[in-house]
Design a protein around this ligand. Structure first.
Ligand code: VGL
Ligand code: ZN
Length: 220
């Protein structure tokens, strides 16, 4: 018998940037609409259920130095959400957020549940929405870690749908992972960009789904 022909997969969870600064609940500096206490509880509950089902949980963490190029405060005369050109790329001017070591940078799930945290956005010269590589093309360890752990298929959710979730999902697909995006556990910065991000992820082969596809809703 040729065991190589038996299809096998290994499923893992990647939670994207589930951090205080992106939430209303924690009065974050870049709070994404709809990130209230209920949303946070839903994400934590879902994550615990995946842990109970023995899935490894990885979490990306936006982790910027104070002098990061994406902060409007580092570009005199700009305002939050302005778009400027930096080295031939358009860059949104974000409010300072997820600064290394600050309260707002904390992941809102107890570390106990996480197999590994993958930090990104540390290079002040480049933004890094994706958990796989920064805008300068430098790889982040996520791909290597998932490969080492034999992971082939990902369940992804978190913040924000139209930025870091989108970039992480599209890179995952490009690398060859099968991706299930739990849309009900994601929130986006703006409705229009969230809708177009969702369509783009779907067009690239993402399974756009929701938590109920994995668990019957709370009756057990
Ligand atoms: C994010 C804007 C800036 C995100 C990170 O997590 O989606 N958005 N940095
Ligand atoms: Zn950021």
């Amino acid at each position: 018998m040729n065991t190589n022909s038996i299809p096998h997969k290994k499923l893992a969870v990647v939670i994207v940037d589930f951090q205080g600064d992106f939430t209303e609940e924690k009065k974050g500096s870049l709070a994404v609409p709809g990130t209230d206490k209920n949303y946070i509880m839903e994400v934590i509950d879902a994550t615990k259920r995946f842990v109970d089902n023995n899935l490894p949980i990885y979490a990306t963490q936006d982790w910027h130095p104070n002098n990061h190029m994406s902060f409007y405060t580092n570009h005199p005369g700009t305002h939050p959400f302005d778009m400027i050109e930096i080295n031939g790329r358009s860059q949104i001017m974000w409010p300072p957020h997820c600064i290394q070591g600050t309260e707002g940078a904390n992941i809102l799930i107890d570390n106990f549940f996480l197999k590994q945290v993958i930090q990104k956005g540390m290079d002040p010269r480049f933004d890094s929405y994706s958990g796989f590589a920064d805008d300068g093309g430098k790889k982040i360890q996520l791909e290597e870690i998932l490969n080492q752990d034999g992971v082939t298929e990902l369940i992804i959710y978190g913040l924000a749908t139209d930025y870091c979730v989108k970039a992480t999902v599209l890179d995952a697909i490009k690398i060859g992972f099968r991706v299930h995006l739990l849309l009900d556990l994601c929130r986006g910065v703006l409705p229009e960009t969230t809708a177009s991000a969702t369509e783009k992820m779907r067009a690239h082969g993402t399974d756009i789904t929701e938590i109920a596809a994995f668990f019957n809703s709370g009756q057990d």
